[in-house]
Design a protein around this ligand. Structure first.
Ligand code: ARG
Length: 258
């Protein structure tokens, strides 16, 4: 995770961002600390990367890389505003003992657009990550990568429209995907949790599940009910200030898979 010490809404690279309205950094830091303690209380280990001045979106650590089986596939950002984050995250991995860290040839925004299940990796495209990066990741990681097309600019990263509930099932908002990709999702996950637009527009799908607990935006109340009904333990967090940049719990979290 990356503390939002330099967080701000200074430019527009997604429809959630409004520099005129801005965001309150103090509130963002407090809310982010709440997310970090939620993970620690659940027994997860949180490692931190030093925030870099001039990179107001660096708090969104999910975008920094994709880590599967200890292999680190580096990010290459779409927008120049965030370009320097790629090397910063890669440098964290190499200096923390991840030898198998690789600089990407193609544009990709790490776990923002790549979500890992037991037997496959789901990959978003349409707004940020290039399909060529899906292929590159598949070759590098040795896991099947399934491409999904995003069509609604509010859900510009895969992790804003879908999250893995565990190693074999997901929750998602169908309308964020092209007709063909909706069909692929129905085929792969017949028992998926289907979210409503009300839950999607508060970034309720930008959640993190460890298979038992789901850390999720507090406003996504319908989705929380359904998750409880399915036997998950719901851990609501308040991240409204980060949402002003288009992010939620998952965006703030890069999951390091050994
Ligand atoms: N303002 C950031 C951007 O548009 C938000 C990134 C959110 N991260 C995510 N994994 N969805 O790039």
């Amino acid at each position: 995770m990356c503390r939002p010490d330099h967080f701000a809404v200074e430019y527009v690279i997604n429809p959630w961002m409004d520099p005129a309205a801005g965001a309150d950094r103090g509130v963002a830091i407090r809310q982010w600390e709440g997310l970090r303690s939620a993970y620690e209380e659940l027994g997860h280990r949180v490692s931190l990367i030093d925030p870099v001045e001039g990179l107001p979106d660096m708090v969104f650590a999910a975008n920094g890389a994709l880590v599967v089986g200890g292999r680190v596939y580096g990010a290459r950002f779409t927008h120049r505003e965030r370009a320097a984050e790629g090397p910063a995250y890669l440098e964290w991995f190499t200096s923390n003992g991840y030898g198998a860290a690789r600089e990407a040839e193609f544009t990709n925004e790490g776990e923002g657009d790549f979500l890992t299940l037991d037997h496959l990796v789901l990959a978003g495209t349409g707004f940020r990550t290039d399909v060529a990066a899906h292929k590159e990741a598949q070759e590098f990681l040795g896991r099947p990568v399934v491409s999904l097309r995003l069509v609604d600019p509010r859900f510009y990263h895969l992790d804003t429209a879908l999250f893995p509930l565990n190693g074999h099932n997901v929750a998602y908002f169908p309308e964020a995907f092209s007709a063909g990709s909706q069909e692929v999702l129905r085929h792969l996950f017949p028992d998926a949790v289907i979210a409503t637009e009300d839950d999607a527009v508060v970034l309720g799908l930008n959640a993190v599940s460890d298979g038992t607990h789901v850390v999720i935006n507090s406003e996504a109340t319908g989705l929380q009910l359904e998750l409880k009904r399915r036997g998950f333990e719901v851990v609501p967090v308040e991240l409204s200030e980060l949402r002003k940049a288009g992010g939620g719990p998952k965006c703030c979290t890069l999951e390091i898979r050994g």
